[in-house]
Write a protein that binds this ligand. Structure first.
Ligand SMILES: NC(=O)C1=CN([C@@H]2O[C@H](COP(=O)(O)OP(=O)(O)OC[C@H]3O[C@@H](n4cnc5c(N)ncnc54)[C@H](OP(=O)(O)O)[C@@H]3O)[C@@H](O)[C@H]2O)[C@@H](O)CC1
Ligand SMILES: Nc1ncnc2c1ncn2[C@@H]1O[C@H](COP(=O)(O)OP(=O)(O)O)[C@@H](O)[C@H]1O
Length: 483
């Protein structure tokens, strides 16, 4: 898990560091890492460093000096605000770096191998300074690689919005910890590959976090050699309707391919036949279950009647789609709500744009109101945990997953994990992440059930990462490899 840090915490850590280490210049540390990454990205050719008036520009100027001094690179600087970090300017001039004006930049740009963006960093407000709009567009048109220092200019560190004008980066090097804009869409789409550089700052624990692959590997409920189908967890699924038959098949597919011990399907009989045709291991009819999944494709007719007895069962529920309209005040302990932005808006009685404007805040608000975990679905998936007062971002996958039925499959995976006994926040974070990882193995227009079929491959890979046995007995993949 990586903590996503707000700007005030970064600045506070910087102050503490400076007090404790008066002889260390953090800007030089940051600049060295920028220069090193620039060298790795583009080993030859001219580099243009674009600098703004603040410390982000200072990083750029000291990186420019290092590139000239140590790498003998040809480097030019464009100070876009007229003024720039004074010591940085002196340092750059000392090594003979040429400072350009707008006209010269326009003329030389086609021959630039790499742009380093030091216009604004964590001090940046949303929106690119107007006098560089043309520059950002030209970099895009000419396909010039851009290395952003800390934050791509135009983005604001704690804001997930992507404004119309932004200097989109090929790579971003940020310091100490990622910020929300690096990970949350659509802002993240302007950051390219993000590298977090350690410059020695100590940061407190954050209540906003990003899942890592290792977390999925560690938390996955790997079957033990003495597991049976009941101890793996039995999941009840009541989904689908005549209008939405696929909403019966898809969640069951997600549940089966993520390893449910047993599934009891209690939806309409006709749909049970459809499911059995594809997935004969599913059982039909009620019985003891450890968790329920309800709501996908119910449509309105009969929804309340289907929901009532399941609510009374008292086991944890995954509540998706149409069932979200019939939430009681108190939900069974350990339940999980899985709305997309429109459904969350309806739950909170606000508009969809209001949710899209503040997904972290709105997901958390719903989680607090129903005292339960909320997985807000979409391009970035947020898991709001009101018990530990935090929000976790799932691992993201390719946007091909944005298709009807992906949410149904995701609900099925959540169900498997709840039935396995995982607490809802972990189940949601794992399910969303594993679906994204499966989609990354099938980057293309594969339907959601085919993506679900890639989950076992992801799990085999993760089992190796977690050193879990994939064969029967106690042999770990490592010990198998050693034989
Ligand atoms: N903290 C750390 O740990 C370390 C920090 N380091 C580095 O310092 C960076 C932060 O520097 P910073 O605080 O000087 O702010 P920065 O990003 O340069 O921008 C402020 C300037 O931009 C201007 N401006 C803003 N938005 C604008 C807009 N939309 N359009 C136009 N102008 C706009 C703003 O104007 P103003 O708000 O004053 O009107 C102000 O002049 C950080 O990202 C990292 O690179 C490293 O050196 C080492 C460790
Ligand atoms: N841009 C995107 N990138 C990756 N995945 C996405 C993106 N947009 C949506 N998704 C995925 O699609 C799912 C859509 O859920 P939902 O709207 O409930 O679909 P449905 O109800 O049709 O099954 C999300 O859970 C998420 O997994």
């Amino acid at each position: 898990m990586i903590g996503i840090q707000p700007v005030d915490k970064i600045r506070a850590a910087e102050r503490e560091f400076a007090e404790a280490n008066p002889d260390v210049n953090l800007m030089l540390r940051a600049a060295d890492q920028v220069a090193e990454l620039a060298e790795r990205m583009v080993p030859s050719g001219t580099i243009l460093v674009v600098v703004g008036p603040g410390n982000n520009g200072g990083d750029g100027l000291f990186a420019a000096r290092k590139l000239v001094r140590d790498g003998r690179r040809q480097v030019m600087v464009w100070p876009v605000a007229g003024t720039a970090h004074p010591q940085g300017v002196v340092a750059a001039r000392q090594v003979g770096i040429r400072f350009l004006n707008d006209l010269e930049v326009g003329r030389l740009l086609p021959d630039i191998a790499l742009v380093i963006d030091g216009i604004t960093g964590i001090g940046g407000r949303t929106g690119l300074p107007e006098n560089v709009h043309w520059f950002a567009e030209m970099c895009d048109v000419l396909k010039i690689p851009v290395l952003a220092i800390d934050i791509p200019s135009g983005l604001a560190a704690e804001d997930h919005h992507r404004p119309a004008h932004v200097l989109a980066a090929t790579r971003t090097i940020t310091f100490a910890a990622p910020k929300l804009c690096h990970l949350a869409q659509p802002a993240a789409s302007a950051c390219g590959d993000v590298e977090v550089a350690d410059i020695g700052l100590e940061l407190p624990k954050s209540n906003l976090r990003q899942m890592q692959r290792m977390d999925v590997a560690r938390w996955w409920p790997w079957p033990t050699p003495y597991t049976d189908k009941y101890s793996r967890g039995v999941l009840g699924i009541d989904t689908g309707s005549d209008r939405y038959p696929g909403a019966a098949v898809l969640p069951v597919t997600g549940a089966v391919y993520s390893g449910a011990g047993m599934i009891r399907f209690t939806g309409p009989d006709r749909l049970a036949d459809l499911i059995l045709h594809k997935l004969p291991s599913v059982t039909v009819g009620s019985g003891r279950v450890e968790a329920w999944l309800v709501g996908c494709g119910w449509s309105e007719e009969g929804a309340e009647q289907r929901f009532g007895p399941i609510l009374e069962s008292g086991v944890p529920l995954v509540i998706d789609a149409d069932a979200l309209r019939y939430l009681p005040k108190r939900l069974p302990e350990g339940s999980l709500l899985t709305p997309h932005a429109g459904e969350l808006a309806e739950l909170l009685g606000i508009s969809r744009p209001e949710v899209e404007d503040d997904p972290v805040g709105k997901a958390y608000e719903a989680a607090e109101r129903w005292e339960t975990t909320v997985l807000l679905k979409g391009a970035t998936q947020y898991i709001a945990n009101p018990f530990e007062k935090r929000v976790t971002l799932a691992i993201a996958g390719p946007s091909w997953t944005a298709q009807a039925g992906s949410g149904d499959v995701l609900a099925g995976i959540c169900g498997t994990l709840l039935a396995a006994g995982l607490p809802a926040p972990k189940a949601a974070a794992l399910a969303a992440s594993v679906q994204a990882m499966a989609a990354a193995r099938k980057p293309g227009p594969f339907p959601p059930d085919v993506v679900a079929q890639a989950i076992p491959e992801v799990l085999v890979h993760l089992a190796e990462l977690a050193d879990q046995p994939v064969l029967a007995g106690d042999l770990t993949p490592r010990s198998i490899a050693a034989q």
